[in-house]
Design a protein around this ligand. Structure first.
Ligand SMILES: [Zn+2]
Length: 262
């Protein structure tokens, strides 16, 4: 069972950290912060700042820091779920727990292998490379997004995977089509864009034709166990990675880090 991220956001949006900390530690407003004696190290001076705008606390001596959930966890010695429970119940909200689906490692690894195959095929295909060049996509960009190419063949991927992966993993990968009891590669003669989730795991593919007469122009993997179209935004993982690298970390989410429940 896990807590939906949207619910955690809602709880944090409706909670005021000044209130959460202030109920446990005496706070005094000075400048833009509230100040109090830090409960996480031995002190009698107010070294801990609580910022209402950022909904964040920080101790200048022991560097304890975080949001309301972090504070409650450390102060009350609670695990993540109990801390969210405590905040939610003081807001009169009930946690809409969701079942955690256990993913088979193989579901991911077949897609990772497909990425490698497509990448290797791109290196071999002059036609695909020329197409990318004509779209001003550099080799560096192609590498970063792990762009690839699928052969102009009905089943080259299928036949190379057939002996390596279980039938059930093949069938649920979204890579293949079945017609009249025969299996075909879904992506043929296309430039391939791996679609990654926010964790950077490959979950699906998009393919674009390179011959102008081919249809449809863009083709995506169907929805699968791993790929829920409405949940994913192409390029989000890469964009976040870039943001982190450049040190932009202004968003609230950025300050709080991930909402891991484990
Ligand atoms: Zn401290």
């Amino acid at each position: 069972m896990s807590i939906p991220k949207s619910f955690i956001d809602q709880v944090l949006d409706q909670t005021d950290i000044v209130d959460v900390v202030g109920r446990r530690v005496q706070l005094n407003k000075k400048g833009s912060n509230y100040w109090g004696v830090c409960p996480f190290h031995d002190d009698h001076k107010p070294s801990m700042a609580v910022n209402q705008d950022k909904q964040f606390y920080y101790c200048f001596v022991c560097q304890a820091s975080g949001n309301s959930i972090n504070f409650l966890r450390d102060y009350e010695n609670l695990d993540f779920t109990d801390a969210v429970e405590t905040l939610a119940s003081s807001l009169g909200l009930e946690i809409p727990y969701e079942k955690t689906e256990i993913q088979d490692e193989n579901d991911y690894s077949i897609l990772d292998e497909a990425v490698k195959v497509f990448e290797a095929k791109l290196k071999e295909s002059k036609k695909a490379i020329n197409y990318l060049k004509s779209r001003n996509i550099s080799g560096i960009t192609a590498k970063k997004f792990q762009l690839g190419f699928s052969d102009d063949s009905w089943d080259s991927l299928y036949s190379s995977f057939e002996k390596r992966f279980e039938q059930k993993v093949m069938a649920s990968s979204g890579l293949f089509l079945e017609k009249n009891k025969k299996n075909y590669d879904r992506f043929r003669n296309r430039v391939i864009f791996p679609i990654r989730n926010i964790k950077g795991q490959n979950i699906a593919f998009g393919g674009r034709v390179i011959d102008p007469d081919d249809e449809p122009k863009y083709l995506n993997s169907p929805e699968t166990k791993l790929f829920n179209k409405s949940n994913e935004l192409y390029g989000l993982y890469e964009a976040r990675k870039e943001t982190k690298k450049n040190g932009f970390n202004n968003s609230r989410r950025g300050l709080y880090g991930c909402y891991c429940t484990s």
